[in-house]
Design a protein around this ligand. Structure first.
Ligand SMILES: [Zn+2]
Length: 506
């Protein structure tokens, strides 16, 4: 549902959180984790989840990315109760707030060149490094005291940081914070108008705070890279006559080398994990534990359990490390442990993608489908395993794995033996595990070969792979006619491989 800017919220109280992505890139792992933490918290508290697209950075903004971000959230299972709101449609509200602050003296006009603007825009990534070097010295421009000849027409609006005091806020994760106002620059609220503009563009600080107030956000849950913005925002809240929300800064996600997670560490977009075939619930479980702990050693936590346990107190201050092996472990766990009915839709989607899906598997042959997926899943790691490695379970059209063929079809007697096996199997009045087992072992004995030789060769013949579920269970789910046909096809394939010195007709 898309709401207009006039219809924000409802009159009830309670928790209201927002996820506020910028369409300057895809939905990355860090953003997804922030979205999830907001969502877990909203659902735990019976609150409202708001989606706000922060698309005011005209230069970096790419509107075509919005849909991809929303798709990523949907795949992740993050839904929202309000929005998406688009910040670019709310600029008048932001400008009005800046002008109101200028009129009240809480902000002032500044016509210094834009390159002299200090701070005030988005995240300052180098802030931590600067802080370690000791308290910052902030130079304030003369406009603050009413510079002579100031041209208001071309001016920006800067916030007038009250001096001689400190700014405090409570962070639900990092605890009480206090910053001397002397260290906070008079950040820009509204940039100076560009050529042809009547009025300038609001900055991130202004838009975010005005929207958070207007949307009655009670908890701002976001990455700890935003912690340096927070004193400025707390000041803005108070200047606008509003009480700041609860801030909760969640730890950063690092790569295995303990630097901030980036493309150097592999895929960082949520979409690439979807495309690789991870299960959304496994991905949620994995992301939930990047910076949050349920308070015990629990790892495998289904989403409803996470929601039931989620609290901001459980969020860690320690940066989390993105460990792909752990993510794969979660995926394998989910493939094996989910109730089968929860797994089937994901396998169906994968088979549809691979054009192997038959509608009857969701209807009259649903039980067969369920049984087959259950048989296969202990040997799967990612969803595409169902359409590649296990293709022969869902299609008659499959290739023999070259290594499997090389390894298990060496014996020259196999062509004749697989033919005899097909003849014996086609005559079976009942198709079940024990009957198949009996026929194969009896044939092996009669031919004077080990049953294993025939089992391995048959596996390659009927599923094309060296590794597959137990053979007789595989034969049962494939069915009598397909197994017999595939054995006969294998006899032909083996016959095509004419040993030297021997001739064979077609
Ligand atoms: Zn100035």
């Amino acid at each position: 549902m898309v709401a207009t800017s006039n219809s924000i919220g409802n009159s009830s109280g309670g928790v209201r959180v927002r996820f506020a992505p910028s369409p300057t890139g895809y939905l990355h792992v860090g953003g997804a984790r922030t979205a999830l933490f907001n969502w877990f918290f909203a659902r735990r508290q019976g609150g409202t989840m708001i989606l706000r697209v922060e698309d005011t950075d005209v230069e970096r903004n790419r509107p075509e990315l919005v849909e991809g971000i929303l798709d990523g959230l949907r795949w992740l299972g993050v839904d929202w109760d309000e929005g998406p709101y688009f910040q670019s449609q709310r600029l008048d509200l932001h400008r009005a707030a800046a002008e109101k602050l200028a009129a009240s003296g809480a902000a002032y006009f500044c016509d210094c060149p834009p390159e002299k603007y200090a701070g005030g825009d988005a995240v300052e990534e180098t802030d931590d490094a600067k802080k370690e070097a000791g308290p910052r010295r902030v130079t304030r421009c003369a406009c603050r005291e009413g510079k002579a000849g100031l041209s208001v027409r071309n001016a920006a609006i800067r916030f007038r940081v009250p001096l001689g005091t400190t700014t405090k806020f409570d962070d639900a994760v990092f605890g009480p914070r206090e910053v001397a106002n002397e260290e906070i620059e008079d950040f820009v609220l509204l940039r100076s108008p560009k050529d042809g503009q009547e009025i300038g563009a609001p900055t991130y600080q202004l838009s975010a705070v005005v929207d958070d107030i207007d949307m009655r956000i009670t908890h701002v849950i976001r990455g700890s890279d935003h912690i340096s913005n927070t004193p400025k925002q707390a000041l803005l809240y108070r200047a606008l006559g509003a009480t700041p929300p609860v801030f909760a800064h969640v730890p950063l996600i690092l790569g295995p080398d303990r630097t901030r997670l980036s493309k150097r560490h592999g895929a960082t977009s949520v979409g690439s994990y979807r495309d690789e075939g991870f299960l959304p619930e496994a991905f949620r479980n994995f992301l939930a534990l990047l910076g949050w702990s349920p308070g015990e050693d629990a790892q495998f936590l289904r989403t409803l359990e996470i929601v039931a346990r989620f609290s901001l107190e459980g969020v860690s201050r320690t940066n989390a490390v993105f460990d792909r092996a752990k993510l794969e472990w979660f995926n394998t766990e989910y493939l094996q442990k989910l109730p089968i009915d929860d797994l089937l839709p994901a396998v169906q989607a994968e088979l549809e993608r691979a054009r192997l899906w038959q509608p009857e598997w969701a209807k009259e042959k649903r039980e067969w489908f369920s049984k087959t997926v259950d048989l296969l899943r202990p040997r799967t790691r990612l969803l595409p395993d169902f359409s590649t490695w296990a293709r022969a379970f869902f299609s008659d059209s499959f290739e023999y794995n070259p290594q499997a063929r090389e390894k298990f079809w060496k014996d020259e007697r196999l062509g004749s033996m697989l033919g005899k096996l097909a003849d014996a199997l086609v005559a079976l009045p009942e198709w079940n595990h024990d009957a198949c087992d009996h026929v194969l072992r009896e044939l092996a004995a009669a031919e004077g070969v080990k049953a294993g030789l025939l089992i391995n060769a048959t596996r390659v013949a009927i599923v094309g792979q060296a590794v597959a579920p137990p053979l007789f269970e595989t034969m049962v789910v494939l069915g009598q006619r397909p197994v017999v046909n595939r054995l006969r096809r294998a006899v032909e394939a083996l016959g095509a491989r004419i040993p030297p010195g021997e001739t064979r007709g077609n």
